[in-house]
Write a protein that binds this ligand. Structure first.
Ligand code: DC
Length: 235
């Protein structure tokens, strides 16, 4: 395992989309005063930009994707007014466009390429030199921050995740086709778990939690207990 010097504590939360990683990461970041690293947003940005540049065709050119990734200036800025994080790409704010399922699919497509992953590595590690970090993704505990203080792999059945996604969409007044959502989730899991570059698997020293039948508070308490056991103090 590579030894990476880390100036501040890092907690990693890995696992598939819809398992509740984002909510748990957000709650932990608030409780501890750490910054949040949403690594999925990075892959979503590269996926969206690659789509816009017509790079996601039948024969994807890895070198062109690498060049595109290296050309992007991506910044996460805490917005004190809204209490959320603004993401700037080449000095322009990127909105909710990156959050939809289509862009999730583009992200999963570009994420199979080692050169894209390598190009995003330093950006992710640099954040950990500035403050404590809660890192949310697929390979945070295995590849990006192998020396993290506490690691969690949060999962849930594909059906439970599809149910949650349908609930969220309906709540926000958007159309939701359960079968299509379930099929998308399964396709993305298949690609993320079986790629050869940094597949989505639990780190050996991660706490693995299945949230299929747990509510978010129960998940948070289990994660918090794990962090306390690893020596993180919540004041
Ligand atoms: O967590 P998310 O749904 O925003 O991630 C979108 C896609 O990006 C996901 O399907 C796989 C990829 N990804 C990755 O390969 N490695 C990460 N650390 C985070 C996301």
């Amino acid at each position: 395992m590579t030894s990476i010097k880390q100036a501040y504590p890092i907690i990693t939360i890995d696992g598939p989309s819809g398992a509740g990683k984002g909510t748990i990461a957000w709650k932990l970041a608030n409780a501890l005063g750490y910054q949040l690293l949403d690594s999925g947003a990075l892959y979503r940005i590269v996926g969206l930009k690659a789509h816009q540049a017509n790079l996601l065709n039948d024969e994807i050119n890895e070198n062109a994707l690498e060049k595109l990734t290296q050309s992007l200036k991506i910044e996460f800025i805490a917005n004190q007014e809204t209490g959320t994080i603004d993401i700037l790409v080449n000095d322009e704010q990127i909105g909710a466009t990156i959050r939809n399922e289509t862009v999730g699919g583009y992200a999963s497509q570009v994420a199979v390429f080692p050169k894209v992953r390598q190009a995003l590595l330093d950006l992710q590690r640099d954040m950990a030199y500035r403050s404590g970090v809660i890192a949310d993704g697929r390979d945070m505990g295995t590849v990006v921050f192998p020396n993290a203080v506490a690691k969690v792999f949060l999962t849930a059945s594909a059906k439970a995740r599809a149910d949650r996604r349908v609930g969220q969409l309906k709540e926000s007044g958007q159309p939701a086709d359960y079968d299509e959502i379930l099929a998308n989730i399964k396709a993305r899991d298949e690609r993320d778990e079986n790629r050869s570059a940094s597949p989505s698997v639990p780190a050996e020293d991660a706490l693995v939690l299945d949230s299929s039948v747990m509510d978010i508070e129960a998940v948070y308490q289990a994660v918090k207990t794990h962090c306390l056991n690893q020596g993180i103090s919540f004041s």
